[in-house]
Design a protein around this ligand. Structure first.
Ligand SMILES: [Zn+2]
Length: 268
């Protein structure tokens, strides 16, 4: 019998970390994100460290922080920051200082923090605002702020993936590439070089999401039921740095579990 010549992604030496953005919060005792992650087979967390109204002074509850720090994790800012406007920019700075104070991993590794930047306008203005904001925040070496691409808007010009790449070249800011947002914003996700990503939100593109339709909707559809084909997944695995975390942003643990298994069994 012929030996199969395929390799499963998880059999490659440097396997990517597949993480989840799981429900339940890390704060509840009976049903929480840590149990969910373990159940679906993920290997790192994407955590929303506080409510959108968080005032970034209060220390997080120590027992949960201690529990979380036994795992690998990245953070996702709970709200969008208007980078061109001072009160919001200052709030962003306070948020990053709060992260720096309480949330850094104990093993000394760098913590990635995904942020949705609220900024509109022509490319040059957007890039300028991103760079200025990044330099104003001036994060320590321990924190990598990763600006995420948006699904965009029909009315206003939001940062494109190319704007984010350019800002990264200028000031060293990080990038979170969201596959569904790319498609909804009018970029073919198969043409992107994922080696430039610091975080990948490998989200499904439901059949009802139109190219350049600006619909941000990826939480309820399995990868295998979406417009993402195996060529696309192969392209991501082949172009990405395998140390870059992949996050599956789903609402339902069954869907998550299916997607984690789908990726683990994926054959290159
Ligand atoms: Zn995302």
């Amino acid at each position: 019998m012929d030996q199969q010549k395929t390799t499963k992604i998880m059999e490659i030496n440097q396997t990517p970390m597949i993480g989840c953005h799981v429900g339940g919060g890390i704060w509840k005792e009976d049903y929480n994100a840590i149990l969910s992650l373990t159940m679906v087979g993920g290997t790192l967390f994407q955590v929303f460290p506080c409510q959108a109204q968080g005032h970034f002074t209060k220390a997080p509850e120590k027992r949960y922080l201690t529990l979380l720090k036994e795992f690998k994790y990245i953070l996702h800012a709970p709200l969008c920051f208007s980078l061109g406007k001072f009160p919001s920019l200052q709030r962003f700075k306070n948020f990053i200082q709060w992260i720096n104070q309480y949330w850094l991993p104990e093993d000394g590794s760098q913590l990635k923090v995904v942020v949705h930047p609220l900024v509109y306008g022509p490319s040059v203005e957007i890039i300028n605002t991103l760079v200025k904001a990044y330099q104003y925040i001036n994060p320590s070496e321990r924190i990598k702020i990763c600006f995420e691409n948006e699904s965009g808007s029909a009315k206003k010009r939001t940062p494109t993936i190319d704007d984010l790449f350019r800002a990264k070249e200028i000031c060293g800011s990080g990038i979170c590439i969201d596959t569904e947002h790319l498609y909804a914003a009018g970029h073919n996700p198969e043409n992107i070089n994922y080696s430039k990503a610091d975080v990948i939100h490998l989200n499904s593109i439901p059949n009802y999401v139109k190219f350049a339709g600006h619909l941000d909707r990826h939480s309820y559809t399995r990868l295998s039921d979406s417009k993402i084909g195996s060529n696309f997944i192969k392209h991501i695995f082949e172009s990405m740095n395998l140390k870059t975390p992949i996050i599956l942003e789903r609402r339902d643990n069954d869907i998550l579990m299916d997607d984690v298994n789908f990726l683990r069994d994926f054959e290159l």
